[in-house]
Design a protein around this ligand. Structure first.
Ligand code: FES
Length: 462
């Protein structure tokens, strides 16, 4: 690690970190991938989304429980600890529950020992500390905490666009009147922009033969420059939407605290979340989706030099992940699923850069060591063979799950469509415009409407 300048205390042990890193990334660089355990069965958990959408990275930080390690920057003397169940018998009992989970129906803790009342009370007293997540904050921590800042009113806008990727930028450029463009990234261009830039700068130019990704990079840069020059667009970077309130209000959070914005029209282009597919132990720390990799390898710069990484799946995100990993010095194993249909240029790139190429595979199980990933076992569809690939990280590139929560809170009419990734607007076609029952002019666009990156690339390369 170059020039470590910050020391944190992890469970009493000093660790040198790069300033500006998140706690999760700093621990990852020191080989600590297990950041927490699931409350019920005590299964190991780690940085899984790196976006504030899961509970895998909740830790006790400077005496405060349930702080997201993926969103907390390191600073000198920061105290970090895993928070496990509050009872001394918690971990052994969680391990026992994990091993006998098949005998315990979901919700057993609600159904068992409900009568008589005395037995129920005793059962609750035993089970609660096992399944709890953390102890109350240290008294010194909450006494020293400054009062939360007053929320700011950002006023009424003609259009608010949520999501700064390709679809969000296009919507902001096309919008009429004063437009606010909100994104949780610090830079413009969406979550793939940084990954594309890093990949393009890698040894051997990993993007050279990946024409569609090169085109995507050019498009994101082009739109970002147009947005920056558009007088009607105001950017709100590093800003997340905390909640949406009918008919037309968004509650936002950035480094300065909470704020409120209202709009005549809202464009929901918040993208998609990773889905890790279904195979045994797919929840082991070390298994990521492409979007989490873009954040951990791009934004956080975790050390990937010499690490064996399997990138499984299909589609452009798989190739972008492989190119990014190559640029960051990882040893790439590209495992294509049976539906993948890469073109000759892409395959030639993989060979030229020395990626190990395997085809026709489906993951069957993740194999762990010391609580985190050690290998993936596949089904290769031939004679029941079960090949394995040793790896510290596996990136599972399948269909993303549209981010629908804000659109739903605003009153959008959504349907569950597994073929389009989850809850999406009723009408297919990658976009939805309409009026909510409360009268808001709402548009859902891009991956949030069920489109894929491949759809977008088809549009821009047509
Ligand atoms: S919220 Fe931090 S890894 Fe998901």
């Amino acid at each position: 690690m170059a020039d470590p300048a910050v020391t944190i205390l992890f469970e009493g042990q000093p660790l040198a970190c790069r300033p500006g890193q998140s706690v999760a990334a700093a621990l990852w660089d020191h080989g600590v991938k297990v950041l927490s355990h699931s409350p019920k069965y005590g299964r190991p958990r780690g940085a899984s989304c790196a976006r504030g959408h899961c509970m895998g990275c909740l830790m006790r930080i400077d005496g405060v429980p349930n702080v997201r390690a993926c969103h907390t920057p390191v600073h000198e003397g920061l105290r970090v600890a895993r928070q496990d169940a509050g009872a001394a018998y918690g971990r052994p009992m969680q391990s026992a529950l994990s091993g006998t989970g098949h005998l315990l129906p979901v919700g057993f803790y609600y159904k068992w020992f409900t009568k008589p009342a005395a037995l129920s009370k005793l059962f609750m007293r035993i089970i609660r500390p096992v399944t709890g997540i953390g102890r109350l904050p240290d008294e010194a921590a909450w006494r020293a905490a400054p009062p939360p800042p007053r929320s700011r009113d950002l006023g009424r806008w003609d259009t608010v666009v949520v999501g700064g990727g390709a679809a969000g930028m296009a919507a902001a450029l096309a919008a009429e009147g004063r437009t606010l463009l909100i994104d949780d990234a610090a830079h413009g261009g969406g979550q793939r922009r940084e990954a594309l830039d890093l990949a393009a700068a890698g040894d051997g130019d990993p993007l050279a033969g990946l024409h569609r990704l090169r085109r995507l990079r050019a498009l994101l840069h082009e739109r970002d420059a147009l947005v920056a020059a558009a007088p009607h667009v105001t950017r709100a970077p590093s800003t997340t939407v905390v909640g949406c309130y009918q008919p037309d209000m968004l509650l936002l959070r950035d480094a300065a605290g909470l704020s409120v914005a209202r709009a005549d029209r809202i464009v929901w282009a918040a993208g998609a979340l990773d889905q890790l597919g279904l195979f045994d132990d797919h929840d082991l720390p070390g298994i990521l989706g492409p979007r989490a990799l873009y954040r951990l390898a791009g934004r956080d710069g975790i050390d990937l030099r010499g690490r064996a990484v399997v990138v499984w799946g299909h589609g452009p995100d798989q190739w972008l992940c492989a190119a990014l990993l190559h640029a960051r010095g990882a040893r790439v194993v590209l495992a294509l699923d049976p539906t993948a249909a890469p073109d000759e240029n892409a395959l030639a790139t993989a060979r030229r850069l020395g990626w190990q190429l395997r085809t026709g595979l489906r993951p069957l199980a993740a194999l762990g060591r010391a609580g985190s990933l050690a290998a993936l076992r596949f089904d290769d569809g031939r004679n029941g063979t079960r090949p394995e690939s040793a790896c510290e990280i596996a990136v599972i590139c399948g269909r993303g799950k549209p981010v629908y929560d804000g659109a739903y809170q605003l009153g959008a009419d959504l349907v569950l469509d597994p073929l389009r990734g989850g809850y999406v607007p009723r009408a297919a076609g990658g976009r939805w415009d309409g009026r909510t029952p409360a009268g808001l002019n709402l548009t859902i666009a891009g991956e949030a409407a069920g489109a894929t990156l491949a759809d977008l690339l088809e549009e821009v390369t047509a």
